[in-house]
Design a binder for this molecule. Sequence first.
Ligand code: LLP
Length: 461
Amino acid sequence: MSESDESEDAAVSTASASGENPPVRRLADWNAAALRDLEAGYGSPLYVLDLDRVRENHARLEAAFPDAEVMYAVKANALADVLEALLAAGAGLECASAGELERALAAAESVPPADGLDPDGSRVHYTAVNPPSADLEYAVETAAEYPGLTITAGAEDTIDRLAERGYDGRLCLRVNPGVGAGHHEKVETGATAKFGVPAERAVSVLADAAERGFDVVGVHAHVGSGVSADQLEAHREFVSRMGDLARDVVHEVGDLEFVDVGGGFGVPYDADEEPLDLEAVADATRTALGEVGARLTIEPGRYLVADAGVLLTRVNTVKAARDTLAVGTDAGMTTLLRPAMYDAAHPIRNLATDADDRETVPQTVAGPICESSDVFCENRPLPHSERGDVLAIGNAGAYGYEMANHYNSRPRPASVVAEGDEVRLSRVRETVADVTRPERTAREQNEREAGGNAQPRIERS
Ligand code: LLP
C-alpha cells in the first residue's frame, strides 16, 4: 500500500499538505484513500477540484512573470470558487461570453479589490469572438456600471457594433498574428481566419477607433492552447510579432496600457512528460517582446486548473474483447469530452487498495455513450480492472466539466472542491429532469399559448 493510502482524513493530495509547490501535480500525488471516500460520499462520476493547487499554480506563474498581469481564462473552469480564489490571489479574469462575464463580475463583487475601492470592472476583460448581439448588449450595459471593463474586439465589425450601441470605452484589439501553436490543430488559433484582425491592419483599425473616441488600451492575440516546450520557437516568433505590433501602435496611434499575449501554457498529460520550464518561457517572452512601454498581460487557463482536478468514475463492466480488456465506466465523453475531441490522453489510475498487487494488462477504458469515440484510452497498460473499482482520471480540472454535455440524455455529474482538509459540494449532480426541462417547459408554454388561442409562431409552408 502506498503512503498516500494510509491517511483516511488527509487532504486530497499529500504534495499540497507538505507545503511544497512542485511544478506539476501528477495523478500519483493524489491521496487515493481520500478520493475513494469522496466517491463513496458523493457518488460517481464526480469532479474533484483542489483550490489549494489552483493557488499554487498561480503563485508559480506570478513568480515566473513578476511584472506581468495574469488574467485567468474563465473558460477553462468557471466555478465561482476558482474565480474568487484567483481574484483574491491577485489575478484578473478573461471572459469569452456574457455568461462568463456575469460570473466574473459576481466574483469581483464578492472579492473586493485590494485597494479597498468598489469593483469597477478593471480586473475583468471580455474577449468578443463573433459576439452574439445579446452578449454585446450585456457587455455594453455592464460597462456603464463597471467602466474599468475592457472589451477586446476581434473584427472591425465588432467595433462598429459596439459604437452602434453607444460604447466608446476601453477597447483592446485582438489581432491574428499569423502564427499558431497548440496541442491539437483544433485549438491552434493564431493563424486561424476566425480569430482576430490580420495584424497588418491593426494600426489603421486602432487609429480609426481612437478617432471615433474609443479608449484604446491594448493589443491582444492568443497563439493556441496547450503549447508545449518543443513549440517554444513558435511562441517566440508570435510574441516578437506582438512586440513589433505594439511598438507600431504606440508610434502611430498612442500609448497602450498592455500587450496581451494570450494563454496557452501547456501541462503534461503523460506521466513521463516534463512540465514546462516556466522561467524559460517567461525569459523567452520578455526577450521576444522587447521594450514596448506597456504592461505584459498573459491569459492562462489550463495551467492554473488542469492538474488541480481529477474525475472519479466507477467501473461497471469488465469484458474480454478480442484484443484487449474492455473496461466500461460510468463517465464518458459527455462527462469529459477531451479524449473524444482531441485524442487527449488523460492519465488514469485505479484507486483500489490492492491495485499495486494486480497484474498489469492492456485495457481500453470506455464510457456509456453509444459512439465509438467514447473512449478514454486504448490498450493502455493498467492494473487489471474489476467491476466496482473507482478510477481517477487526471488533469481534469481544465476544460472538463466546462465541456460536459447532455448527449444521450445524460445528466452532468456532481463536483466538489477541496480546500485544506475540507471538501464541499460545488455542483449538484443533475437528474434526467434537468436534461428534459427545456423541452417540458416548451410544451407547457405551447399549451398555455394554445389555451389562450394564440397563433402558432411559425407556420409550415
Ligand atoms: N485566451 C484566449 C483568448 C483563449 O481563447 C484561450 C483558450 C485562453 C486564453 C486560454 O488558453 P489556455 O491557457 O487554457 O490554453 N477546449 C480545449 C482548449 C480550448 C482553448 C480555447 N481558448 C482543450 O480542452 O484543450
